[in-house]
Design a protein around this ligand. Sequence first.
Ligand code: PHE
Ligand code: ZN
Length: 898
Amino acid sequence: MREGTETLVRRELYSAPAYWIRSVDLSFDLDPIKTLVISRMQVEPNSAFAGHHEALRLDGEDITVTRVQVNGQSISFRLENGQLVLENLPSEPFQLEIRNTCSPEKNTRLNGLYTSGGGFFTQCEAQGFRRITFFLDRPDVMATFKVTLRANKQSYPVLLSNGNKVESGDLDHGRHYAVWVDPHPKPCYLFALVAANLVCREQRVVSRTGKDHLLQVYVRSGDLDKTEHAMQSLVAALIWDEARFGLSLDLERFMIVAVSDFNMGAMENKGLNIFNTKFVLANPATATDVDFGNVEAVVGHEYFHNWTGNRVTCRDWFQLSLKEGLTVYRDQEFTQDMAGSPSARAVKRIEDVRQLRQIQFAEDAGPMAHPVRPDSYQAIDNFYTSTVYEKGAEVVRMMATLVGRAGFARGMTLYFERFDGQAVTCDDFAQAISDANPDSALAPRLEAFKRWYAQSGTPRVQASGEYDADNRRYTLTLSQSCPATPGQSEKQPFVIPVALGLLDREGRALPMQFVGGPLASPTERLLVLEEASQSFTFINLDSAPVPSLLRGFSAPVILQAQASQDDLLTLLRHDSDAFNRWEAGQQLGLERLLAAVQADQNGEEPTLDAAFIDAMQALLRDESLDAAFRELLLTLPSESYVAERLVERGVAVDPQTIHRVRDAFRAQLAQALHADWAAVWDKHAQTGGYSPDAISSGRRALANLALANLVLDAARSGDTVWPGRAYQRCKDATNMTDRLGALSALVQAHAELAEPALARFHAQFQGEALVIDKWFTLQATAPESNGRVFARVKALAQHPDFSVKNPNRARSLLMALTQNPAAFHRADAAGYVFWAEKVIEIDAINRQLAARLARGLDRWRTLAEPQRGAAQEALQRVAAKPDLSADVREIVSRALAA
Ligand code: PHE
Ligand code: ZN
């Protein structure tokens, strides 16, 4: 096995395989203790390797080979670094048969073939197939698969694999079998099998091509009443991809299977998607609006992979963003279109950007910073990151912005014309988009644009404007820079699309004309910043305009605009771009948070000024704004976002101070706007029958924010009415969004009624694993107060319902803790000691999960003392474990590297 060898895999060293595997016939005798796998492969020497004396090296991990035959004759083999090495092979195509065994029940890593809830499931991306049988486990080797499954019929009545079922029947000894054929050649990471006791919801649909398809969602028998939304989302995704990109389903049968033990969100195995239950199961009683939204997004995401990922796949794992960035872009566009109104679309965009800035920007500033197309890795599983996914999606979005909506659709068409059925690279994708749009803003600067794939770090864009009253001109100067990141000290300029509008002081949109430019004077323009610094001059302006920069967040950069308070207030009140309205409000709040954190050192009490409170009040009262938008406007920037902004200003982060300041501001907003919160509550608390649509969910979100403020203010005033109402709502709510909102209001305010409400909630939802996860998370993410939240987390780690073996459950408590800065980053280091213990404990069971948790201390260097030193010690303690997995080792050694 390769345990302990920290080999670095490099993108530059890619070479084509010495052999191809064209088809594979797999047979499984499924048994939890010992499963027998027989693999018959059609192998072909790669003609590019002249002389073909190459050994065939097949990947394998934690499996036992029992026999190898070539063209029906047993041959000798050796094992080297876990690989099965075969020499003196025929120079003509040959048949290779391998028998091996594996142990699904012992497979706690949930990678390869494993058991969960009494069934068999697989997970092969990125390198799980080698844990099932010996193979060329790399995405550029594509084969057709035929799969025969044999298992006990009573325990495993449902037998599934990719493609179409061609045969099934009974066998002796209570066993049965099924044969599946997938006609589409695919890399082995898209292989899947399921053998379990499941039921399914079915629907037939006819696609644009006139073909008939069978859609199925498989779940455990008690969960059938939670499958309607997933099925509706799947049908919607199917229709959307045909309408937007002309892409139809290429399969007779498309299956989704839910499994409760799963490391990630879901997996796009060809025709047989396997999902974490969290992203399939939803009904109003157990799932919140956020869950409904996530199910829609993830069902869409995996479905869209059928083209972007499966029909055209990645040449190697460095190209991961080829499929992930593009598919995230597609699911974001899908969910925006599903949201409907322009305002609801903007809300979705704001949520996506908030996530990107919170997680990806921090990643890009820390020890794990890597390009969208990484250059090297130790454990590929560590590179399923926000950078590859979310920043990758922004890179695709910028291309779409530069070539226009129709141009992007043309580019996609060319991409599939060129590469259908192939394993390709990020360069291939960018080239296709560009070639389809030779006259676009992208084509002439494609090479420079592709630096987005190669350079890590978040670019900074400085903007400064100057108004020349005599000549009625306004000159905007934009310049860019990008801080050094691990392995990249110097950066070349990025190609940055900057969507711009100009407003007058009354907030009216101004026509924008360039010197000598065309007469057309639109009120929004797309500037392309591609040099270190560039100036843009606009003419015929009667007064100094207020610039609205980077509308819709047109590029993943940090804007340093130094806008005045007045400018920000103008944008907040009037900008026609909803994203920038929200952003202006965040900026106003952020500046106050930062100033108060600094002032705290002089013992000054954090106090919000009347101007800010008035602005927030006006927004809260503004009935012309959607409830969802108001909820976003009235939410202050998060503690971790504030921390990153402090880092940028060279200030060491004290999470305790940030927390104290933000909490004080929240309390002040709760008090000052008490009457408004009550009015908002009265107007939005009752939403009638449940529907997850954008309008109703927005109303619920705003009502929950109002209730949280009212219960919080009660903690100050001693009022018992609002906590009582919240408690009542916990009992009586008819949907999970309202119920959890009310419970959360009590828990977040540390109200006395929180305890009985939590107990009641737990009793009511025993047996609903996904709801119990929420119960854990709610307690772990409550605002820290005198260490009680951390103490609660430690106690909950001993709760009979807690287990680190189930990834959802482990995340619901432990990841939640690391995302609660004030509870985690304690001055006494207890948070870090606990973290180190859990990382080590989980690493022995599930290294992928442990590596995710290990990232909780990525930003330790930004901390003030004593946290900084204590965090370093905790990291060193983990790193000192000699038998650490490569996954965790890569994370902690990067974190500790200078
Ligand atoms: N490819 C999956 C997706 O994003 C993610 C995944 C990666 C799932 C690795 C499991 C393992 O759709
Ligand atoms: Zn994906």
